[in-house]
Design a binder for this molecule. Sequence first.
Ligand code: GSH
Length: 223
Amino acid sequence: MVVNLYGFVGSTYTKRAAITLHEKQVPFIFHPIDYTKKEHKLPEHTAKHPFGQVPVLEDDGITVYESRAIARFIALKYSDQGLPLIPPISDLAKTAAFETAMQVENQQFDVWAARIVVEKLIKRLFNPDYEQNTALVDEAITTLNAKLDVFEKLLSEQAYLAGDEITLPDLNIIPLGVKLQEALGVDILENSHRPSVTKWWQRLTARPSWIAVQDGVKTVEKY
Ligand SMILES: N[C@@H](CCC(=O)N[C@@H](CS)C(=O)NCC(=O)O)C(=O)O
């Protein structure tokens, strides 16, 4: 059965979905959506994603949108391929650590990193004259640095966000983390004050799954 992924070629959240497909070695057809033509707002796309966004995954009659939901669906459906990425539900301690890490990635990192990326890069993409709100960016940078100090403490005690094994929240963070460094022009995730975060980040960005999508998502016919 063909797996279809719809998204913007360079989009952070489309790359998030594609990373998990690569990790699980699931071949897929990539259907590029052209945001300059607002294809994501056309009825044929909103029939798949009612909020008119990307990415969207179709797999054997099942349609999933929201990048974290897509990544989780892929990890669950293809549980017998590649790395597990989600602990077994029967292991309550690992499940608790995993669910916590999922929220940490979203609420402690993504919220602040996305604020910076949207303000510094995305709004300018749509309006080159946009004047960024520097107070908002400065506040987000200060907050994010404090959050990353906590990441440093966690990652000095374990290799990945949910323990010593890589799981979905580690992978989920990669595309926005890379975009964040591009937006700031500094290595906020590779900083000598946070050596454990730096090592974790370097391990993540060296993964073949990230290397495969970093310059844009492409169809993979087979592995
Ligand atoms: N929470 C959503 C966010 C999706 C999102 O913001 N996608 C962007 C591209 S990276 C988009 O479709 N933007 C167009 C729009 O919102 O109209 C997810 O994780 O999938």
